[in-house]
Design a protein around this ligand. Structure first.
Ligand SMILES: CC(C)(COP(=O)(O)OP(=O)(O)OC[C@H]1O[C@@H](n2cnc3c(N)ncnc32)[C@H](O)[C@@H]1OP(=O)(O)O)[C@@H](O)C(=O)NCCC(=O)NCCS
Length: 159
């Protein structure tokens, strides 16, 4: 059985480390940047966007828990923000721990999130997928998401 629940304050540091490692990797590969610099960028972004951790206004951080054989294990995270005027939500981060991927938990998590957002009268969910992230793209497409644009970049100097 899979559950989404609010992240506790003392769980935030582990989440931040996980976000920085994963997002840093993504920045380095998609923007063709130096790995160390990409990690610094990822770290600065989460500090800027979640200045008050789990208490940051308009942002929701969720833990994805799996209950199996009487034990509850944390298998991933979801981070989203609500735009109240638009009645929309933007998913900033979605992560299933590597050993738990490919078993349907990602899809189940998005389904649970959509059910919760529907209860909150949210009518649209948006997100961004990095180039080359075929697994995430496949999952979202299968769940009915459609492509709204393509981000592009060009590096004018090495960094
Ligand atoms: C993206 C992520 C959350 C998916 O979680 P998951 O538990 O592996 O997802 P599921 O097992 O529910 O679904 C995987 C789906 O991905 C798709 N998929 C997997 N590999 C794929 C590939 N190489 N090409 C295209 N689609 C692929 C399929 O649609 C598959 O569904 P299926 O069960 O019908 O085959 C997980 O891979 C992850 O945490 N990745 C790192 C962080 C990340 O990229 N987050 C998304 C940011 S937008």
């Amino acid at each position: 059985m899979l559950y989404l629940r609010p992240m506790k304050e003392d769980e935030f540091p582990a989440y931040r480390d996980c976000f920085v490692a994963d997002y840093g990797e993504e920045i380095a590969s998609t923007y063709r940047k130096d790995k160390a610099q990409a990690l610094v960028t990822a770290s600065k972004e989460i500090e800027k966007d979640l200045p008050d951790g789990v208490e940051t206004k308009d942002n929701t951080l969720l833990c994805i828990d799996l209950e199996e054989r009487g034990e509850t294990k944390l298998i991933g995270y979801l981070w989203y923000a609500i735009n109240a005027e638009e009645h929309s939500a933007f998913i900033y981060d979605f992560f299933i721990h590597p050993g738990r991927r490919g078993q349907g938990y990602g899809k189940q998590s998005i389904k649970l999130l959509e059910e919760s957002l529907t209860r909150q009268k949210i009518g649209q969910v948006k997100l961004r997928v990095a180039a080359g992230n075929d697994r995430a793209l496949g999952l979202y497409k299968e769940m009915g998401f459609f492509i709204t644009g393509i981000n592009m970049a060009r590096n004018l100097r090495d960094s």
